[in-house]
Design a protein. Structure first.
Lengths: 289, 416
């Protein structure tokens, strides 16, 4: 019984990290329809920003979260404004463009700060472990869980309760009609992309004390993020949350019973089979086309 | 003196004949000398500067170049300068093979220093065997290889484990949890570890492999909690090492009761995970940065001076450094006209050099290296404390896990 609870808690923790990483992609891919292959590199930029703030400015991780969000969001804004919008956000062109941007970001970081693994300190206040339902678990993982839920909440409010969110939803439904109502589609797109990029940056900064920081760290995360978004269903924020936790529990559970290599294989296989029978993902928001 | 037409013709013909006989001789001689032409000895340096393993290979490139610069500054090898030709194989085995061919065939390098991963070594091996050139491989590896075209200066399993495993059993207990990255090196090391444990009456509670680059260890940590081993024997590599240590620490496990014993965690990885996550865990290797010897002081000081005060040296970069000096000694033994890769190989057999770790020697039988095993514990300041030093250097036995097989000068010999 103890082991079962322990495993469920572990799954929640893995799921919250998946959610954190996938949230930004869910906004960009789900809402704008842009397949952003540079998503992993935004995650990486966030982790490096955390390292820079810590090493050169002496800022702790928690204190630097807001600046990191702004820095990576600015990157996203520039890329949307000067690369993607010039391609009119056409899906195929943007895949290639974001892939190229990703490679450039990766190599730029490598050239500027070198390819060694970098160290981001765990916030000292969260360095210990605590008991959850009698299970010892790292305080930092609990913190990540809370943050990921909070960020999801903030994103949901932004999409559904603010003017920007309403405008975005209008554009998604019909760009030309929205534009004829006086909505500046270009500006809303740029802001949305920047927000998604900023979220990815935050994810990178937040996972960096548990994992490692290197120029090619994004590669793994972009795969995870796409798995979550595709399984959850495009255009469905709640679906992203559900699928993040399903995948977390599934891969944690299989890894416990078997091992991580098997878990990775089975989870990928399950997603492929599921997509075959439900191409729209598990949860789909109903949108009038 | 008048020259008749006939004499002229005869003389020209004679000259032609002389040239015909003479020139090829000159050509062949030049081909012989090409390895040391114009007071230069060309060597290849083949470490990834981009891609996944650049993280570590960059430091190997630096240590090799440092040794070459030192040798050149001290007058080169018998007046000839070593000219390093640096290529970037981008962490990709196919590119390794392509660049190796370029260095050997195109640039006519007399030797190449390179590789960190076993995959990249296996990829270049056919090039060096076909061209009968010489590859210098500085990394600890899984053994079970016997080539006349590779000098192995890193540790093989018996040199890392023969002392380590019995010491761990005695100090902490017999229950081992084996965890490694999912490829050949961890599997062979664990194979040998299981043999040793069998002899010691130890027990393997789990043997597990995670994908390369894996960074989520929560389930592994749960399993460790439920199986309660005495020792976690780790051959996880690269950035996974960092993630494993940090998550172990964050989960509140105690290295005093259940330490990780690693064959792959060096100063390099410790710097990336932070001293607090590394503290208390053990590593077995022939070299640590804190090792006290005049040679090591000189090496560490020179390395920091050349590449930056925040840089660390570790057990693979040390091998890069001393193997370049072994190359120098071997070349010194040869006449300039005899400078060919096979001759260097024969000259390096039995060569000794005082490396930062102590005096090392190339075993003539299998071209591996006699090394000084050490056991050390990581400290929170990011350095190690050496707890056990071998009293004697240890012979390399690349087929230690395979009784009946041994690597000799004639190649792999199997006793039935």
């Amino acid at each position: 019984m103890d082991q079962l609870i322990e495993q469920i808690v572990t799954g929640l923790s893995i799921g919250s990290i998946l959610l954190l990483v996938a949230l930004g992609l869910s906004i960009i891919y789900g809402s704008m329809g842009i397949i952003n292959l540079a998503h992993g590199e935004f995650v990486m930029l966030g982790a490096y920003a955390a390292w820079v703030f810590h090493t050169y400015l002496g800022l702790g991780l928690l204190a630097s979260l807001v600046p990191i969000f702004l820095v990576v969001a600015t990157f996203g804004w520039v890329i949307e404004r000067y690369v993607l919008s010039l391609l009119n956000n056409r899906p195929l062109d943007t895949i290639l463009a974001t892939w190229g941007v990703g490679i450039m970001l990766q190599q730029a970081v490598r050239l500027m700060v070198g390819s060694e693994l970098r160290y981001v300190q765990l916030p000292p206040a969260l360095a210990d472990s605590m008991n959850v339902f009698g299970i010892p678990i790292s305080s930092y993982r609990v913190f990540l869980f809370v943050v990921s839920i909070a960020l999801f909440g903030a994103t949901w409010v932004l999409m559904n309760r603010t003017t920007v969110g309403m405008k975005l939803r209008a554009i998604i439904q019909d760009r030309s009609v929205a534009a004829s109502f006086g909505i500046n589609a270009k500006r809303v797109y740029a802001l949305t992309f920047a927000y998604g990029a900023g979220l990815a940056g935050l994810a990178g900064a937040l996972v960096s004390p548990l994992k490692s920081v290197s120029p090619d760290m994004g590669t793994g995360y972009v795969v995870d993020a796409f798995m979550v978004v595709v399984l959850g269903g495009v255009q469905s924020l709640a679906g992203t949350v559900a699928s993040a936790f399903i995948l977390g529990e599934l891969s944690g559970g299989i890894a416990f019973l078997q091992n991580d290599t098997v878990a990775k294989t089975i989870v990928l296989l399950a997603i492929v089979v599921l997509i075959r029978f439900r191409p729209e993902g598990l949860f789909t928001a109903r949108v009038r086309a | 003196m008048s020259i008749s037409r006939r004499t002229l013709l005869r003389n020209t013909a004679a000259l032609g004949a002389f040239a015909g006989a003479g020139l090829p001789h000159i050509w062949i001689k030049n081909a012989d000398l090409a390895y040391a032409a114009g007071g230069e000895i060309k060597v290849g340096v083949l470490f990834s500067l981009t891609g996944t393993t650049a993280i570590i290979e960059e430091s190997l490139n630096k240590a090799t170049l440092l040794a070459i610069e030192e040798i050149n500054a001290a007058g080169g090898i018998k007046g000839s300068k070593i000219v390093p030709i640096v290529e970037d194989p981008a962490s990709d085995p196919a590119t390794f093979s392509e660049k190796a061919r370029k260095l050997v065939v195109g640039d006519k390098c007399v030797s190449v220093f390179g590789s960190y991963t076993s995959a990249s070594r296996k990829a270049v091996l056919p090039v060096f065997e076909r061209q009968n050139n010489l590859y210098w491989y500085p990394t600890l590896y899984e053994g079970r290889e016997c080539s006349k075209n590779v000098i192995y200066t890193g540790a093989v399993p018996n040199q890392q484990q023969d002392e380590f495993v019995p010491w761990l059993v005695k100090k902490f207990g017999k229950k081992f949890y084996l965890i490694g990255s999912n490829y050949i090196y961890p599997k062979e090391e664990n194979n040998y570890c299981k043999k040793l444990l069998e002899k010691l009456g130890g027990e393997v509670v789990a043997e597990e492999y995670v994908p390369l680059g894996h960074s989520e260890f929560s389930s592994v940590i749960n399993k460790i909690r439920s199986t309660q081993p005495n020792v976690i024997f780790s051959t996880v590599v690269g950035d996974s090492v960092v993630a494993l240590h940090r998550q172990y620490k964050a989960a509140g496990l105690d290295p005093e009761k259940m330490p990780m014993a690693s064959l792959t965690t060096s100063e390099n990885e410790v710097a990336a995970m932070g001293g607090e996550a590394a503290a208390g865990h053990f590593t077995s290797a022939p070299y640590f940065m804190v090792h006290k010897s005049p040679e090591n002081e000189k090496f560490v000081e020179a390395y920091k001076k050349r590449w930056g005060a925040d840089k660390v040296t570790h057990f693979v970069s040390e091998a890069c450094y001393f193997q370049t000096y072994l190359f120098k000694q071997a070349v010194e033994k040869l006449a300039t006209s005899d400078l060919t890769p096979p001759n260097i190989r024969d000259a390096v057999k039995g060569q000794e050099v005082t490396a930062p770790q102590g005096k090392v020697r190339i075993e003539p039988e299998n071209l591996h290296t006699w090394l000084w095993p050490k056991i050390a514990q990581a400290k929170s300041n990011g350095q190690f404390e050496i707890l056990v030093e071998a009293k004697d250097w240890l012979k390399p036995v690349p087929y230690a896990a395979y009784p009946g097989q041994s690597c000799t000068e004639k190649g792999l010999v199997e006793k039935s």
